[in-house]
Design a protein around this ligand. Structure first.
Ligand SMILES: [Fe+2]
Ligand SMILES: [Fe+2]
Length: 181
């Protein structure tokens, strides 16, 4: 794999891995703040970021060795509203800046496996940003998010709070594969 796409993919792997942990911490805080459905959304999204980290790691399977990895990653443990804003900021950065830039490089370098991992990720992050925005609106008006079950697609990290889809709108996986929270 070309060096720049490798670097970008390792950085994305680092960013996704950190988001996976950060959302677990913020999930615990949401439970403590009395927002159990927001807590489930954080857990589901944590697992979706794990899906992305695994996709990136596997795309790099032939690039063995130790590397220094530099990634953006949000810090801070605030109120659930503040944590949701942190989550929205991170997802929006990935959607508007990070993945478009990395995808442009991978396209130029014709790195198909890297491209497919990053295209799944960017599409899922768009949905994550929308759902976190919805959750923040609820929390800021003193309510929990409304969702009976939250579903994630284990192939691409898509999340649904309605379960209306028969197939994943991003990767076309069957709904039977979705994991429930
Ligand atoms: Fe995300
Ligand atoms: Fe999917």
């Amino acid at each position: 794999m070309k060096a720049m796409t490798q670097d970008n993919l390792r950085s994305a792997y680092g960013g996704e891995s950190q988001a996976h942990m950060r959302y677990r911490i913020w999930s615990d805080k949401a439970n403590k703040d009395g927002f159990p459905t927001v807590a489930r959304l954080f857990m589901a999204t944590s697992d979706a970021e794990e899906v992305h980290a695994i996709l990136h790691f596997k795309a790099l399977k032939d690039e063995k060795g130790d590397f220094s990895v530099t990634s953006g990653g949000g810090f801070g443990l605030g109120t659930t509203s503040e944590n949701l804003q942190g989550a929205i900021n991170g997802e929006t950065f990935e959607v508007n800046e990070m993945y478009p830039a990395y995808i442009a490089v991978a396209e130029m370098q014709n790195e198909k496996v890297a491209l497919s991992a990053m295209k799944f990720a960017i599409e899922a992050e768009k949905v994550h940003a929308e759902l976190y925005t919805k959750a923040k609106e609820a929390v800021d008006s003193g309510k929990d998010l409304e969702a009976k079950k939250i579903y994630i697609c284990p192939v691409c990290g898509f999340i649904s709070i309605t379960g209306e889809e028969d197939n994943c709108p991003i990767c076309k996986a069957k709904k039977e594969l979705f994991k429930e929270y």
